[in-house]
Design a protein around this ligand. Structure first.
Ligand code: ATP
Ligand code: MG
Length: 431
């Protein structure tokens, strides 16, 4: 059958055969959000364009080149949501959630849209799950938000392959001092910048640090460091976060280049990455964005949150499951594979196998099943990756001996009395 219509580029279907892992992640998300006391929020998939221009920032990749923006029938500019932080803040303010002194923990999930070059792990319609907290300053809530991502990774079995990176952008004063230092530095080396970075220089110089262009790596590595522009208070905030994470068993790498997209970030930013997914390695990112709430009408209300990419999480889970399946196969590799060429005797090989298992309880002793000639049985041992073959033939039986052959390398087979078989086997395997 040939399809007359195809899905839009970068917006693939998820078919019933592929939905199982999604459901597992979604269930784990619900459990985790419930356990931490977060309430679900659902916002529309389109918003007025100005919300994102303001909430994400004009000088970001998203607003500059990734939004799906269109006029509605009355000419109002609408945009398919590229992320959900700005919408959640809008909804919380508009819905009257944010009374002074109140704390709100919300979470969401759903499709997001960005006009990007589709590739593995990067789509134009993709799904995010996120959590946001309004009304709490200080590092403890940041630690909570990070710990709940860690709890989720553990629940879905990807904790071991996820690495946390953190950074601080300081207060808005620290940041603007740093910004000036960066502009001065990069201006002095203007001729080395590429087009993207030259454009960012005046609009959003921190983003130059995030450049993936290898030609800029050297220049960026010598750039002024945020750490040298932090107030004591900002340093304390950041080190308190690190202590909280460490005391909960989460190791975090400080990455001074981690700046992230959103214009509003201050103090803590973080990202979880993995080495299992190739180039699109970020699975979750977040940070503190206190200034956005003031701008959206909620004065003195801090905000902090994260979002994770569901497609990448699903892919990561599937990768880890495959790796585990492969290693559980490895667990079944026999140390000794019992090969028997005696016709019509099942008693003796069974006794030998039992004897070896009893005398060498740590060894995996697997008996060939079904009769076959010696060559075929040895091939089978090879295929299973067996380390040794224990050969039982008519001669062995008559002499009450066994022949043990190491299958790796090309050492000689050894013939030993049955009473010494397990000792010989152990010593051959330990070579
Ligand atoms: P990247 O550097 O990979 O473009 P980002 O900084 O643009 O990521 P965020 O806006 O922080 O991403 O979104 C949070 C998470 O959403 C990312 O860590 C990633 O897992 C996922 N994500 C972002 N863009 C896409 C996309 N186009 N396709 C699939 N997942 C995405
Ligand atoms: Mg991006």
């Amino acid at each position: 059958m040939k399809a007359v219509y195809k899905h839009p580029r970068g917006m693939p279907d998820i078919l019933p055969g592929d939905i199982g892992t999604w459901h597992r992640v979604e269930r784990a998300v619900r459990h985790t959000m419930h356990a931490y006391g977060y309430g679900e929020i659902r916002t529309p998939i389109v918003e007025k364009t100005a919300l994102f221009e303001r909430g994400i920032g004009e000088a970001t990749d998203i607003v500059e080149k990734e939004m799906y923006t269109f006029p509605d029938r009355k000419g109002e500019s609408l945009t398919l949501r590229p992320e959900n932080t700005a919408s959640c803040v809008r909804a919380a303010v508009e819905g009257g959630l944010l009374q002074p002194g109140s704390v709100h923990r919300v979470w969401y999930q759903g499709p997001m849209f960005r006009y990007e070059r589709p590739q593995l792990g990067r789509q134009r319609q993709f799904h995010q799950t996120g959590a946001e907290v309004y009304g709490v300053a200080g590092p403890a809530i940041e630690a909570e938000l990070i710990l709940m991502t860690a709890a989720l990774w553990r629940r879905i079995g990807v904790f071991e392959v996820a690495q946390l990176e953190i950074n601080t952008l300081g207060s808005s004063e620290d940041r603007s001092a740093y910004r000036s230092a960066l502009v001065e530095y990069f201006q002095a080396h203007h001729e080395q910048l590429d087009d993207d970075s030259a454009r960012r220089l005046l609009k959003n110089p921190l983003r130059i640090l995030d450049s993936k262009n290898p030609d800029l790596a050297e220049l960026i590595s010598r750039a002024p460091q945020m750490a040298d522009h932090l107030s004591d208070e900002s340093k304390e905030h950041f080190s308190a976060l690190q202590t909280l994470l460490a005391s909960n068993g989460i190791s975090a790498v400080v990455n001074p280049r981690l700046v992230r997209g959103l214009d509003y970030y201050s103090h803590t930013v973080f990202e979880w990455t993995t080495d299992r997914l190739g180039a699109q390695s970020a699975i979750c990112g977040g940070g503190r964005y206190d200034a956005m709430l003031a701008d959206f009408g909620a004065k003195n209300t801090p905000g902090v949150g994260w979002a994770m990419g569901m497609e990448r999480i699903v892919a990561l889970m599937e990768t880890v499951q495959q790796e585990n399946a492969a290693s559980s196969d490895a667990e079944l590799v026999p140390d000794a594979f019992i090969v028997c060429t005696i016709k019509d005797d099942q008693t003796w090989p069974l006794q030998i196998a039992e004897q070896l298992r009893a005398e060498c309880p740590t060894l995996r002793v697997v008996q060939n099943t079904g009769s076959a000639n010696l060559g075929n049985q040895l091939k089978r041992a090879d295929k299973l990756g067996a380390r040794c073959a224990v050969i039982l033939g008519d001669d062995e039986k008559a002499q009450h001996k066994v022949t043990i052959k190491l299958l790796t390398g090309n050492s000689e087979a050894q013939s030993v009395p049955v009473a010494e078989a397990s000792q010989a086997l152990s010593s051959i395997l330990s070579r």
